[in-house]
Design a protein around this ligand. Structure first.
Ligand SMILES: [Zn+2]
Length: 377
């Protein structure tokens, strides 16, 4: 395994490239944030985007896709400061957490916005999620398709001229330079980076008896739709320097609650707390790519200058393997399957290019630390 020399991300992270100097594209992205991007010019660009939206809107100036998380709050607060009339749109996960629901309710009430909570037929979600897990070893494909398609399609159909997404993931978590510097989240971007394992909605028709009609909530606007009305779809994080900790502070000031007992996924008590199934999405990366959510969180903290790489590795050792056992049980309940089914399916996707079996124990040769309990792997 090859790791970035500045942070702790491995080269196996999808979309991440480690260059000849040993530095990953996420760390390079952070350098872009400090050096290559002229934030005052970007801020002026944002002003003109706002102006254009206000001139062309009928009722709502923009749609903000929200989960209720800290970033959602920041997106709404920032957009309100620019005088935008906002429609918030969320995809209702089949397993929203209590704190997730509370935060979403508070966001709508305290920030005073209109909101559509879009639910998909749970039976369709169940069949789609099962197909996605069994065929690709990923539970998050339906979730990601829904998150991107629903606000995009609504903006097109309701003629809302602007969609304001959160961070630019290529800038925050690594990606090619052109995409790090891009400001737009368009259909091309969704097809490349929408975390759908390079599949489209159409690819799932016929699997687990999923019909074209069943999958209509996941449909993106067609080129013909976009010819009639094409919303401007942008990352807020491309116009204002993204900082998860500052977003958390801003959100908290207005009434956002974190979940201090949430230690099952990553090291931030304020992130990945909206849905009981998000932990599975992150956990499955362990078998496929040999890293966990905590690698992302700690790497961001290194880039922000909050901790050293050495301290991050210590922190990782202390955290150990985070197995979201309770959420796995919930997932199996939702799927009406035994827990063994989850583990057997997960095992099928263990990446033998990075894992080896030694005396009945799976290990990753060249792992970032020697201090690791492989018995739990
Ligand atoms: Zn790095």
């Amino acid at each position: 395994m090859n790791y970035c020399i500045q942070c702790i991300l491995p080269e196996t992270r999808p979309g991440l490239v480690i260059d000849k100097q040993g530095v990953c594209s996420a760390c390079r992205g952070h350098e872009d944030k400090e050096r290559s991007i002229d934030w005052s010019a970007r801020s002026k660009m944002f002003d003109s985007i706002v102006k254009r939206a206000k001139e062309t809107s009928r009722d709502y100036d923009c749609i903000i896709p929200v989960s209720g998380g800290k970033d959602s709050w920041y997106q709404v607060i920032k957009s309100q400061l620019h005088g935008l009339k906002i429609l918030c749109v969320s995809w209702r996960t089949p397993q929203r957490t209590a704190v997730g629901q509370k935060n979403l309710d508070q966001l709508i009430k305290k920030l005073g916005v209109d909101h559509i909570d879009f639910s998909i037929n749970p039976d369709v979600e169940k069949r789609f999620m099962m197909a996605s897990f069994e065929k690709k070893g990923a539970t998050g494909i339906p979730m990601h398709m829904a998150i991107f398609a629903i606000p995009y399609r609504l903006a097109t159909q309701l003629r809302v001229p602007l969609i304001i997404w959160g961070e630019n993931p290529q800038l925050e978590f690594g990606g090619p330079e052109a995409d790090r510097l891009s400001t737009e989240l368009d259909v091309n971007w969704i097809e490349n980076y929408g975390v759908t394992n390079q599949t489209k909605r159409e690819d799932w028709i016929g699997i687990n008896e999923l019909t074209d009609a069943d999958l209509s909530p996941y449909a993106l606007p067609t080129p013909a739709d976009l010819k009639i009305f094409h919303p401007n779809s942008i990352f807020l994080g491309s116009f204002f320097r993204w900082d998860s900790f500052k977003n958390f502070e801003a959100a908290t000031e207005y009434g956002f609650s974190s979940n201090s007992s949430n230690k099952k996924t990553g090291s931030w008590e304020f992130a990945d707390i909206d849905c009981h199934f998000i932990s599975l999405h992150h956990f499955l990366k362990w078998h496929k790519f040999g890293f966990l959510r905590v690698f992302d969180n700690l790497s961001v903290e290194i880039r922000y200058g909050r901790i050293s790489r050495k301290k991050a590795i210590q922190n990782l050792e202390e955290t150990g393997l985070q197995k979201p056992c309770e959420d796995i049980e919930r997932f199996c309940d939702f799927m009406e399957k035994p827990v063994d089914w989850f583990w057997n399916t997960t095992e099928r996707f263990r990446n033998k290019e990075i894992w080896i079996k030694e005396k009945n124990t799976w290990k990753i040769p060249g792992f970032i630390t020697q201090e690791w309990d492989w018995e739990k792997a």
